[in-house]
Design a protein around this ligand. Sequence first.
Ligand code: TA6
Length: 298
Amino acid sequence: MQTFEDYQARYSAYEQIRFRREPGGLILFDLTTPTLCASFSLQGGQLLAFQHQGQVPLLWLSERAAMAPGKAIRGGIPLCWPWFGPAPDGAAKPAHGFARNLPWRLTSVLAEDNGWVVRFQLSDSADTRALWPHSFEASLTYQLGRAVRVDFCVVNLDPVPFSMSYAFHSYFPTADINGVEVLGLNGCDYYDQLQGMRLLHQEGGIRFAGECDRIYVDAGGEYLIRDAVAASELLIQTENCRSAVVWNPWQEKSSRLSDMADSAFQNMLCVECGNLGENSIVVPAGGAHASAMQLRYR
Ligand code: TA6
């Protein structure tokens, strides 16, 4: 695994890139150009923050995020993989899988005509195989410009198929959650995690007046977060993602989360895209699964 010093040396010629190390040892890096600024953690290959010139921030990051190795960072776009929610085998394993808790390799940072491309990779290891007995190669590729596009790819290096579920667990900023509506899920069925996974049907847009934790299945793949107070519309477009999760912890749960300020629920919303539950994926031996998500203000 490359060290902080290795990365600093490797990218020392890039004036746009600055590596920094958190007190607990997490390696982060900032990409700052005349048109955009982004921050990543090598843990999780996670985009933590992004803002394009003339725009408000695209993502929300908890001011109390525990920037500690092995602890999920609450904000940006954590990747929940190779399972979403509790471990499918019921064992005492990390909720939402291990991808967001492990250091990924930063394999390239490239300036291209219409922006920058940042790529991370994660391979199986003794640690991952102890949690999930499969060999794989996973990659996250971010294309940063007026929009943020993230491509996720998993290759199954096993001689047998494996099943997986995942989500881009995206955290978005809201000026006031009470003035937010999520569009694009009208007509979809969803499991309400607050009602024991009761199956319900979405009519119209989603508005918020309390805790919300819904798993939409066979969703259309394109969603809009309309923020009346911020007068903003954030467009989420996906490729090959059949599920969507909408989550706001509201007051009581926020106050129980050590890595979230009590009132922070008013200024954030998760709309998560991926494939989970009945949309989970089986990757054949030697096969691959790829999906993508694009985020931008309209
Ligand atoms: O966003 C859906 C969800 O599964 C919620 O139930 C809540 O647990 C959230 O993820 C956050 O999970 P985390 O493990 O990041 O605290």
